[in-house]
Design a protein around this ligand. Sequence first.
Ligand SMILES: NC(=O)c1ccc[n+]([C@@H]2O[C@H](COP(=O)([O-])OP(=O)(O)OC[C@H]3O[C@@H](n4cnc5c(N)ncnc54)[C@H](O)[C@@H]3O)[C@@H](O)[C@H]2O)c1
Length: 509
Amino acid sequence: VSSPAGSLVCIGFMGAGKSTAARSAAAALGAEAIDVDHVLEAEIGRPIAAYFETEGEAAFRELEERVTLEQLASPASAVLSLGGGAIGSERVRAALAAHRVVWVDVDLDTAWARASGSDRPLARDRDRFARLYAEREPVYESLADVVVPARRSERMGPVIEALDGVPSGIRVLWATSAGGDYPAYIGPSLLRDRFWPGAVQGRRFLVSDGHVARRYGELLEPLAGRVSVMPGEQSKTIAHAEIVWTELVRAGLTRADVVIALGGGVVGDLAGFCAATYQRGVRYVQAPTTLVAQVDSAYGGKTGVDLPEAKNYVGVYHQPVAVIADTETLATLPREELAAGYAEVVKTALIAGGALWERVRSGGEPTDPELISACALAKLRIVARDERDGGIRQALNLGHTVGHAIETVTGYARYRHGEAVGLGLLAALRLSGQDELRDEVAELLRSSGLPTSLEGTNPHEIVLATERDKKRLGEGPVPFVLLDAPGAVRTGCPVSQPEVAAAVRELAR
Ligand SMILES: NC(=O)c1ccc[n+]([C@@H]2O[C@H](COP(=O)([O-])OP(=O)(O)OC[C@H]3O[C@@H](n4cnc5c(N)ncnc54)[C@H](O)[C@@H]3O)[C@@H](O)[C@H]2O)c1
């Protein structure tokens, strides 16, 4: 992640809308947008496709490198859009470090739909196009300071506003969903630097747990109010929500103010739920301080509490106005909590597949801000398509049907959420017939200190508890999320009770 100085440079795959994003960003900045492809075409006096055809790709890349480097070095280039393949050049990649790089992130299908009908020489064969996409995607990701979904390329104004004052070394993911857009800031020292984005106007009311408030609460001062609950899953109840609501009324929270949920997933879910329902909805910020929360729970707007009978059974969708994920806070996280977060990292990597899975299976450091932001991006891409769990978002529940059942049956006390998810993943992989992958995942979990077998619980009760899974409709079968391979998830899969029982019994052996 590079420094915010220099030009704003839009990169991305064919058909992402880089030029559109650059024009929209330039309009917001009162600057001119320069499309490097147009500069190139003016220089060669013919369309790029024609040059590519007659001179070949190598000659084109050489020319593209020179022109791109010239533009990146020019002080007149306030907002640039680069050709999709320009980042193939090592010199261009190095030059980008002096600029703020905006990756316009497009999914493969949209890119193909937009590019295949054009004269683009690299968009004629779908398989080749897909291979190129898979090759370039991790390069764009590694260069990006800011990630904007392609569907927002025409509306860069709010994104530009959200970049105001962002410290260097911070990655910004632009989250979008039916319920609203917001920036997620991920990186070190955000709390110590007292970074507050423009979206967080108004008096701040802190909701946290005792551990976290003691360690980090002061960094949020000045605060108009503070509410603290006991640390742990047992605080994620409607009774605790009432305590939070009441304390917030007493502290004088109004709709002009903003709630700051500082802590792990428990605080995020509880405070988010209280913010969603207090006076029918006030703004809130997710300031996640655990790995679970920084890779997963802080994004996507699912808020709620548990019932003794079933996990996350009462809640609402309410998107935060911003996520501020200070990765430095993970330094004080106990080892067991880090391990619990690692289970969500593995889950996300299994769902996303591709470069993320390769990174995780080859031992990627889970507290690396780049890995955290890669997980967050994987989740946000899914939420952008399906905020309310109608379809693809259910993929995020991989391992959760059995995981949640384990948590419920053990009274939310014996296993951390992440530990239960790790066990649930093993069951889901067995049910998917992915025996080798199950062994590999078990080894990853074991080596980070996570349990791979159940102790002191009755498997039969767990099987019964899976039947209260929220995805179940009427008296139909409990729909499972299964995996054909990393990156290939199937949702809504019926699985017979004896099969579920066998997968759970195996864990209890
Ligand atoms: N809303 C969602 O989309 C979503 C997604 C995944 C998980 N969740 C929920 O998240 C919850 C689990 O979250 P969690 O694992 O973060 O647990 P948690 O919130 O209970 O935090 C774990 C422990 O770590 C402590 N802690 C937090 N940050 C710390 C820090 N920086 N240094 C030292 N100690 C710190 C806390 O005080 C707590 O004791 C579950 O309830 C789960 O259902 C929600």
